[in-house]
Design a protein around this ligand. Structure first.
Ligand SMILES: [Zn+2]
Length: 450
């Protein structure tokens, strides 16, 4: 055996030791079955080498004993999970506090929906994977496609867009997000992304000022849509925000756009709650139960203290009930729904109650409030989000072969969806995290230092 072989054997031993130490058996409590959308008595959840298994040969495994009050769900997936912090015309991705806050809240997979600093986000992922830092999985989006990207050029040629897709796909992006894109560029993005079998979602608009109405994007083959359903009710003579406030959710013409989604199997992420929060809607859903101000750096806290309500807050207050009605109608018709929070930290107009991570509990509660059953909402935030992102072979349910990711809460969330806020333990790839410890480490760390 030469020196290189000895080293290889040592490395193999270390590797298997680490894998062995990850083996975990979760006993007791109740577990969410995504097929029946109900909780069953937990007969034992086995996680071997970070992956759910059948528990064959399980002995000397780490055991997590739960009580009858504990409810286990697949780790949540946030499909619109910004790490972005903006203030004073500056923007960056926060890799210090946000990863801990997401994970502490039971979110084990995040799609950043347009990264400001993709290279930094890759570095974060590497540190998380190496267990140097706690955080959720990052389902990389790479940079935005459209004017939301700082390096975007409206004169990009077809080849330049195809090259940009190829480059980020090669780096490991798992999906793309368009924002501020033209019809021509969007068609190229969708075509090239699909060659890599990756999905595309879009923050689109009404068609106003060279923007794209979602109904045109659906005809191009887009996979998911954020915020606005689209259709002819969003008129191209004004922005989507402006026409949305006057939309009647009972308008018969809405049926056509809903059916277009259903026919094409396109998913809609309403990002409902964020409109209620920005609109300062008075509801227990938007209560600051986690005392979120304690997470801000003194500098960020100071910026927030001086924020005054703006006309955008008033506009969102008008939009919120419209979005509630539209989403309920879409759900009743059988439309496919995904769950994403859309809470970039916009310090200059931040008015409380809304750090991403904590916000997923508000988003789910906002859906239940309009009459979507909690069982469906929990299914959307797990299995359906995984299907929409084409990763349901890897996550979304507690099934053998998938990533060993769960969140554990107190009390049955089917009786009260607000119980998802009580998440106390999160398991990612078989590694156990205590939510309180994660949150403690994130305090006074969110936002710029100066
Ligand atoms: Zn967004």
């Amino acid at each position: 055996m030469n020196k290189r072989h000895v080293l290889a054997v040592i490395l193999l031993c270390i590797g298997s030791f680490q894998a062995f130490s990850q083996n975990l058996l979760i006993k007791g409590g109740w577990v969410f079955d995504t097929e029946s959308k109900s909780f069953q008595k937990n007969s034992g959840i086995y996680i071997e080498d970070g992956i759910f298994g059948e528990g064959e040969g399980a002995s000397d495994w780490e055991v997590l004993n739960l009580s009858d009050a504990d409810y286990v769900l697949p780790g949540l997936i946030d499909l619109h999970a910004h790490y972005r912090v903006s203030y004073d015309n500056k923007a960056y991705d926060d890799t210090v506090a946000m990863p801990k806050i997401f994970l502490a809240n039971g979110i084990t997979s995040t799609f950043p929906a347009g990264e400001i600093e993709p290279e930094k986000m890759w570095g974060l992922q590497e540190a998380i994977d190496a267990n140097e830092r706690p955080g959720p999985r990052i389902l990389h989006s790479g940079p935005y496609y459209g004017t939301a990207a700082p390096d975007w050029n409206s004169d990009f040629t077809e080849q330049q867009i195809r090259d940009r897709v190829d480059y980020w796909a090669k780096r490991g992006a798992l999906g793309f997000k368009a924002k501020g894109i033209t019809k021509e560029h969007l068609a190229i993005l969708i075509d090239q992304a699909h060659k890599h079998n990756l999905t595309v979602t879009g923050h689109l608009d009404s068609g106003f000022r060279n923007s794209v109405n979602p109904q045109d994007a659906i005809k191009m083959g887009i996979d998911r849509i954020e915020h606005f359903l689209g259709g002819d009710l969003l008129v191209a003579t004004t922005s989507a925000y402006n026409s949305l406030k006057d939309l009647d959710p009972a308008d018969p013409r809405l049926e056509e756009i809903i059916q277009l989604y259903i026919k094409n199997g396109v998913y809609f992420d309403a990002t409902l709650g964020t409109y209620g929060a920005i609109g300062l809607v008075d509801s227990p859903i938007f209560e600051d139960w986690a005392f979120e101000n304690q997470y801000f750096t003194p500098f960020a806290g100071n910026v927030i203290k001086n924020v005054k309500p703006s006309s955008f807050n008033e506009l969102c207050a008008l939009i919120y009930p419209v979005k509630q009605g539209v989403l309920k109608r879409y759900y009743d018709a059988g439309g496919l729904i995904t769950v994403g929070t859309d809470r970039p930290l916009l310090l200059d107009n931040y008015l409380g109650g809304g750090i991403g991570g904590f916000f997923i509990h508000r988003e789910m509660a906002a859906m239940v409030e309009i009459g979507i059953p909690a069982a469906d909402v929990l299914y959307f935030a797990t299995q359906q989000n995984a299907e929409a992102f084409k990763i349901s072979d890897r996550t979304g349910s507690i099934s053998p072969g998938k990533w060993g990711d769960v969140m554990i809460i107190k009390g049955n969330p089917l009786e009260d969806i607000n119980r998802t806020r009580s998440v106390h333990t999160v398991v990612k790839a078989g590694k156990v995290f205590d939510s309180k410890t994660l949150l403690e480490a994130a305090k006074v760390k969110l936002g710029p230092e100066n």
